[in-house]
Design a protein around this ligand. Structure first.
Ligand SMILES: [Fe+2]
Ligand SMILES: [Fe+2]
Length: 265
């Protein structure tokens, strides 16, 4: 079972980057199931229904979220009907939706779970460790591949989380930092791991945002909101995970990073 996982999609350039590359990548790597982190897909923060549908129509099978799960309030109006959307499992707020969902591709079950980390994060969350452990315990014996999107800031927290669940899930992929790490590997007991998948968005900005507005803030303390440069070059960061259907362990995991041409929409 080959799974393609796109890192945080940032704004229109990110959505376009996915749309312009998904078909090619699915074909090239013979992908069976596509997951994308969509927490920044709407203007850099949150996910409105229109953009959720846009990504699903483009061929994404499952969309995960992150700390920006509620940045667009309208999500509460559609989350319960959005069957391919997975919000963080361990949030305290009750917004509906599910933090872990079982999908099916080519007759194989794939559970996808989204969890928020705690280091340098503002959200009120339950322990990511206990949340995932109890989810696994409650579904003991389930015949499903299990992919976990661990949305966290600190590299050390992500690695330690990976080792804690090595052998208990098929793969743990980190999201949130928007910078792809060069450490995709299979842990000792068969769990695929990468600290961060990276992002799909504007290649020449800062984490997908227009570099000038970010520089104004970091140097001069400007309170202006970050802009998105809609004409910047598209970048796609993703990982391909090949999971054994019988053992549910990862056979291969590798990161990909592509640069596209500039597009205006
Ligand atoms: Fe993000
Ligand atoms: Fe995030």
């Amino acid at each position: 079972m080959k799974i393609l996982f796109f890192g945080d999609i940032v704004g229109q350039v990110g959505r376009n980057a996915v749309k312009h590359n998904i078909e090619k990548l699915v074909k090239k790597y013979q992908i069976d199931f596509v997951i994308a982190n969509g927490e920044n897909a709407t203007h850099g923060k949150g996910l409105i229904e229109k953009h959720y549908n846009e990504l699903i129509d483009a061929g994404v099978d499952c969309i995960t979220l992150g700390n920006h799960y509620l940045s667009k309030n309208m999500i509460v109006n559609y989350i319960d009907d959005a069957t391919s959307l997975v919000r963080p499992l361990n949030i305290s707020k009750r917004i509906g939706g599910e933090g872990s969902v079982v999908f099916e591709a080519n007759g194989v079950k794939i559970r996808v779970t989204n969890i928020l980390g705690t280091a340098f994060m503002q959200e009120e969350v339950a322990s990511p460790y206990y949340s995932l452990k109890s989810l696994i315990d409650n579904n003991e014996g389930e015949d499903a591949i299990h992919i976990v999107d661990f949305h966290a800031e600190a590299t050390g927290e992500k690695m330690s989380f990976g080792y804690c669940f090595d052998g208990l899930v098929s793969a743990i992929v980190g999201t949130h930092t928007h910078v792809q790490t060069n450490d995709a590997k299979i842990l000792e007991n068969g769990t695929g791991f990468i600290t961060d998948v990276g992002m799909c968005g504007a290649a020449n900005g800062v984490l997908g945002f227009d570099k000038d507005t970010v520089i104004q803030k970091t140097i001069f303390g400007s309170n202006e909101r970050f802009d998105l440069d809609k004409e910047d070059q598209e970048m796609v960061n993703a990982v391909v995970i090949d999971v054994d259907e019988m053992s549910h362990k990862t056979r291969e995991i590798f990161a990909i990073s592509l640069l596209g041409e500039k597009h205006n929409g």
